[in-house]
Write a protein of this length. Structure first.
Length: 219
């Protein structure tokens, strides 16, 4: 009887583990990629620079500000408004700027505020808004992009790389958010459709040391 109970418990725990694993692998119906990170030498990194991919973001002249505001009519016939307000010394100050577009649906804006600034993507059809660490760097096929921040000298700011997927319906999924401790990514770029090269500055016992990595993103 004890053996039967033990086998049942093992099967139950195993099933729970598998279910959790499946839930972890998928988000919004999209399978999370396997991201393989490996250290590379400085020479390998230098060689990868020759394969650096710079995909320029588009700029649509039709996105213009009227009377200190942007207004967009969404699919549900509701509207979203980005309205400038106040003067630079006011606590309520905000000023919006259109910067560029990832495609005809997703555009990049900045919001300057009182002692703070923000970059965000706006879906012009459904109004969804995505706050970013930096300008998005999009891959060759336009399906993924990364942002990163390096603020190693300021404790309350992050040193992070965030990787995103643009789905067929133009929703955006955060695939990976990686924080560096006592280190900061100082250069990140695409070297292939699913590969990133990264230069990292480490602060160890008051000494600075550079480290190089390559990420392979496998769906």
């Amino acid at each position: 009887m004890k053996k039967i109970i033990f086998i049942f418990l093992c099967l139950f725990v195993s099933n729970q583990f598998l279910c959790k694993g499946q839930a972890y692998k998928k988000i919004n119906g999209i399978t999370r990629p396997q991201i393989i990170s490996k250290k590379i030498s400085k020479d390998e990194y230098t060689n990868l620079i020759a394969h650096k991919i710079d995909r320029k973001l588009d700029s649509f002249s039709t996105i213009k500000k009227t009377r200190s505001r942007f207004e967009f009519i969404l699919q549900n016939n509701k509207s979203i408004v980005l309205q400038d307000k106040g003067k630079e010394d006011d606590l309520t100050y905000r000023k919006y700027r259109y910067l560029s577009s990832l495609n005809k649906t997703i555009s990049l804006f900045s919001k300057d505020g009182y002692e703070n600034n923000e970059l965000f993507l706006l879906n012009l059809k459904n109004g969804n808004r995505y706050k970013l660490l930096s300008t998005p760097y999009i891959n060759k096929n336009g399906k993924m992009f990364f942002t990163f921040s390096n603020n190693i000298e300021i404790d309350y700011l992050s040193n992070k790389i965030e990787l995103y997927l643009i789905c067929d319906d133009n929703s955006i999924i955060n695939l990976k958010s990686f924080d560096y401790e006592e280190a900061a990514p100082v250069e990140v770029f695409w070297v292939a459709e699913n590969e990133l090269a990264i230069k990292i500055l480490n602060h160890i016992d008051g000494n600075e040391r550079l480290q190089y990595e390559k990420w392979e993103i496998n769906f």
